[in-house]
Design a protein around this ligand. Structure first.
Ligand SMILES: Nc1ncnc2c1ncn2[C@@H]1O[C@H](COP(=O)(O)OP(=O)(O)OP(=O)(O)O)[C@@H](O)[C@H]1O
Length: 266
């Protein structure tokens, strides 16, 4: 069975430009996500965060620029090929409500399954053994993400925060080296947000993952990110630690319409 280890490679976004009809949604965006770090992409509404996320996961092909991870140029690959390289994404809206937690996590193992359909259907010994190993791995990931007690429960019956974490666990079942999180705490209450931050911190430490997250929740970004890239109108306006970007006058202007002095920006 495939087991991946932490990647030594950064995720390098270089000069990425995306246009929709007349609108430049991303304009020569560059940043590097260092291996084993949590990197957040933030920005006001319409700044280009989702577009950036979709480029990284292969849903949008940029007009220009590259996204490199080791030897791979991700902008030329279909989403499933990017996932197979160990770059897994979550989806903002919960996509997993059917079946149990175990069922959903086993779906996440699908790309790592070697036994063919026929071998599985005939329950050949190798296929049965592989299935058992995948189930054990799925259980391990459920434990890691605080879902162990719910492993055999229907996802639809779980509280919202746990359901959203099933999505995170499903992505982890791919044994990624890079995890792309699309607003992982959207819609959660304060306790659920804190719990999810703890889980992300824990899985990053345990698995040595590189994490890129797009997030509106500043509290989460400040608590979790090692580095932050700030977008506004499709351009990078700031890079730095959470503390640095929080004090950056450009960032204050973009978010608050002020330069931080109390005067409205022109
Ligand atoms: N498929 C599309 N077709 C046309 N314009 C689009 C498309 N997707 C995004 N845009 C536009 O591109 C710009 C960037 O949008 P994007 O969704 O990436 O921003 P965002 O930072 O994720 O915003 P939000 O915080 O509101 O989710 C916006 O002006 C948006 O209207």
């Amino acid at each position: 069975m495939t087991t991946r280890t932490a990647s030594p490679h950064p995720l390098e976004v270089q000069d990425v430009t995306v246009r929709f009809a007349g609108l430049t949604a991303l304009d020569a965006v560059s940043f590097t996500v260092a291996p084993g770090t949590v990197h957040a992409v933030i920005g006001p509404n319409g700044a280009g965060k989702s577009t950036c996320f979709n480029v990284l996961s292969g849903l949008h092909r940029p007009a220009r620029g590259s996204v490199r991870h080791g030897d791979a140029e991700l902008t030329r690959l279909a989403p499933h090929r990017i996932a197979a390289l160990g770059v897994a994404r979550t989806f903002q809206n919960i996509v997993t409500t059917a079946g149990t937690v175990a069922d959903n996590l086993m779906l996440g193992r699908h790309a790592l399954t070697r036994a063919g359909f026929t071998a599985s259907a005939l329950r050949l010994p190798a296929a049965v053994r592989e299935q058992r190993e995948h189930l054990a791995k799925a259980r391990e990931i459920a434990e890691l993400t605080g879902l162990g007690a719910h492993f055999d429960q229907p996802v639809a019956l779980l509280p919202y925060g746990d359901r959203k974490r099933v999505e995170l666990a499903r992505a982890l079942c791919l044994e990624p080296t890079v995890l792309l999180l699309d607003e992982p705490v959207a819609g959660m209450n304060a306790a659920e947000r804190a719990r999810t931050a703890e889980v992300v911190r824990h899985v990053r430490a345990e698995l040595g993952l590189t994490v890129l997250l797009v997030e509106h929740d500043m509290g989460l970004v400040m608590r979790l990110a090692d580095e932050v890239t700030v977008l506004d109108f499709g351009k990078v306006i700031a890079h730095g630690t959470p503390e640095e970007v929080r004090r950056d006058p450009e960032v204050l202007r973009a978010y608050l319409g002020t330069d931080g002095t109390g005067e409205d920006a022109a």
